[in-house]
Write a protein that binds this ligand. Sequence first.
Ligand code: F6P
Length: 411
Amino acid sequence: MLPVDFDTPRLAVVMVGLPARGKTYIARKISRYLSWLGYQTRVFNVGNYRRARLGATQKHDFFDPENLDGSHKRRELAMDALRDMLKWLDAGGQVGIYDATNTTSERREQVLSACRRAGVQVVFIESICDPAMVEANIREVKLGSPDYVDFSPERAAEDFRARIAHYEQSYEPLADAELSYVKLIDVGRQVVVNRVEGYLPARLVYFLMNIHTDRRPIWLTRHGESEYNGEGRIGGDPNLTPRGRGYARTLAAYVTERVPDPRELVLWCSTLRRTRQTAEHVGRPPREWRALDEIDAGEYDGMTYDEIRTRHPEEFRARAEDKLRYRYPRGESYADVIQRLEPVIVEMERQKQPVLVIAHQGIIRGLYGYLVGRPQEECPHIQIPLHTLIEMAPTAYGYEERRIELGPAVS
Ligand code: F6P
């Protein structure tokens, strides 16, 4: 047996829970978070294996433990997904998320021993929800599932409840004190942590303690046009131009129309003048984050791109070749920026009220990249225009994005 290696993470996050407990929601959230942090992460969803192999036509009796043919097929699908995950981890993957019900001790034992044989560390994450949450989940997520395309909402809900009842017959919640697990009760209202060891699993626990399912928009924007934007200079601490101040007013009007009581808005900006001035009209003092300050251009702060290209052509080229890892002399790289944004991300997840973040191009790239699940490599290249509000409205598993050009136009 290979030893479990805690230094180079090869981790299996194994979901546990009855249907409609938000397992896929949690699995995808973990996946987005870890991919954004730079870990090779992938979700292996057994439901998708079933739909791909057998079609999306299985009704509740397929999940009845008395149905031997159904049980046999379900076991086969689960084991195939597990094998694929271990193969992928063996080929360089770092975190595999095994998204299935895994509701019996026997099944968990099978998963655990296969992972151990492959030298992969295992953390179970069990989701337990109160009946109201389950019902809301059925209504909001399951009725739209590919499993029920031809069903009326009533029949779909009925079938899904019958499916849950089948699983309930054999469900054994996690209780083995030897196992490494996190029990999430009502998506974070209560969190029970057992034998969670290592840097990455501990970070995951911190993340899981802060997520929830309340829906609220997240608005992201760069500051209004600054004096430096007009001159093509980077960094610095310039003031807004008259056009930039115009944007600040339009932005405040837009947000106030949607959240009339400013106390119900979470408002964040950086410590730099241009974001503070953009936040000025919103009607409440912003929280100023140092972590939201623009990427530090170090010795090139205040220069134009043309000046950098002519005075430091090699540095200019190096940045163009690897924008994620290139670090400005005495300054930062995008990889550095992403690291310092992590507490902002977790805090953003924790908020249950609408959030407006007013920051800078490099910073909004990082935050937006997280929300839409872009890998690190792509983040430095995302287009984030000035005077455009990015509205992220939560959906069942992610966000629906709208870009609102509030003007005035910038040249
Ligand atoms: O030009 C505005 C600005 O916010 C600069 O302060 C910053 O250095 C730059 O954008 C970041 O964009 P890029 O990484 O593409 O140079």
